[in-house]
Write a protein of this length. Structure first.
Lengths: 169, 207
């Protein structure tokens, strides 16, 4: 059977939304930024699907996700904002979900804050590998870099993390 | 005895993570495995990286806020999925959707039960009087087929006769559509009840 299936943006939202959200959350450390990124990615996917040529869908999607994230980072650099401390989030009326409560476990917090200190190039490769679960080749396709670069970044990113974490893992 | 030195001074240092992830290229695996057996620094590094990798992989995986989810379900894709009629990618999408969508999983079970029930219906022999009807239908079908075959033969013969004895372009049999149209318009103006465009255009034009 010919395999020319192109997902709708609803498919993408349902199947990849969670992965995109977690990718964004681990890169930004902020659930609101993560939700904004998912929305932006879905918008770009909706526009892009009209001209999408069936091929490596994952590569295409992660390139969009990464570009949307980098665009967000650039915008934020132009308009620097100081993030609210976690306790002040209740002012905005956001009630923590069970998953967010889980996230407050000490281990996750330590890893998350260490992740945010790792330079972005290394952080994104580590997150795509260990959080999203992509292979080195898929990451190389997503960040448009050679596999050797991905391999080096993952290794160095993990080493930086290990050095940043003061507790015995 | 294993050598003790900084793992970074080893050529294979950067390959340790790829080794952990089973992402080494062909030929590299032996090099790294042999080196690890002999280098205490790299073995220690291997264990440190293994720990941090395990910690990263146990980070909680959050649900996406519901407001970002479209409220659509698989619908008719479910039946096609049950019947094995989906292309590979679409099949993968359906599987992924079913992993998290309880509603669609329930619907799939219901459809599967209905499909099984229908397929397990016993095959029944037709009642006696139906076999008489069936014979008559078969006979009629056979007669119709013979008439149709004879019709095709007659039409073919007529076509051969027409090609052989019909008007030839050399004797003024050219079908000039403008001329025909003019003639026809004249006839329309004389005889009422004739449309400008006939339902079926005549094939041959008399000289």
């Amino acid at each position: 059977m010919a395999d020319e299936f192109t997902p709708t943006w609803e498919d993408v939202a349902r199947i990849y939304g969670r992965k995109i959200y977690n990718f964004a959350y681990r890169l930004t450390g902020n659930p609101d930024d993560a939700a904004d990124l998912v929305q932006e990615v879905l918008l770009r996917v909706r526009k892009g699907l009209t001209s999408y040529v069936p091929g490596s869908f994952d590569g295409w999607l992660w390139r969009i996700t990464r570009n949307a994230f980098l665009d967000g980072v650039r915008k934020q650099k132009r308009r620097p904002t100081s993030p609210l401390p976690d306790d002040d989030r209740s002012i905005l009326g956001a009630s923590p979900s069970p998953d967010e409560v889980l996230a407050s476990v000490r281990l996750s917090e330590d890893i998350q804050s260490a992740l945010l200190k790792v330079p972005l190039d290394f952080r994104e490769c580590v997150v795509l590998c260990d959080v999203v679960g992509l292979t080195y080749e898929e990451i190389a396709d997503a960040i448009e870099a050679p596999v050797g670069t991905v391999r080096s970044r993952i290794h160095r990113g993990r080493k930086m993390l290990r050095e940043l974490l003061t507790w015995p893992v | 005895m294993a050598r003790v030195k900084s793992s970074e001074s080893c050529d294979t240092a950067e390959l340790v993570s790829a080794y952990l992830d089973a992402q080494l290229l062909p030929g590299e695996l032996d090099i790294v495995a042999t080196h690890l057996a002999d280098c205490a620094g790299c073995i220690a590094e291997f264990h440190r990286l293994k720990e941090i990798r395990a910690a990263l992989r146990t980070l909680p995986f959050f649900e996406m806020p519901e407001r970002l989810l479209p409220d659509t379900h698989l619908g008719e894709q479910l039946s096609a999925y049950l019947d094995g009629q989906l292309a590979t990618t679409e099949h993968g999408f359906v599987l992924s959707h079913l992993e998290f969508c309880t509603d669609c999983r329930l619907e799939l079970h219901e459809l599967d039960a209905a499909r099984t029930a229908i397929r397990s219906l016993p095959g029944l022999e037709p009642p006696e009087f139906l076999s008489v009807h069936r014979e008559r239908i078969e006979n009629e079908r056979w007669t119709r087929r013979r008439i149709a075959t004879a019709g095709v033969g007659i039409a073919a013969a007529a076509a051969v006769v027409f090609v052989t004895f019909g008007p030839s372009p050399d004797v003024g049999g050219n079908l000039d559509i403008n001329q025909f149209f003019d003639q026809h318009q004249v006839r329309v103006s004389v005889e009422s009840g004739i449309g400008v465009l006939p339902a079926v255009a005549p094939i041959a034009v008399t000289p």
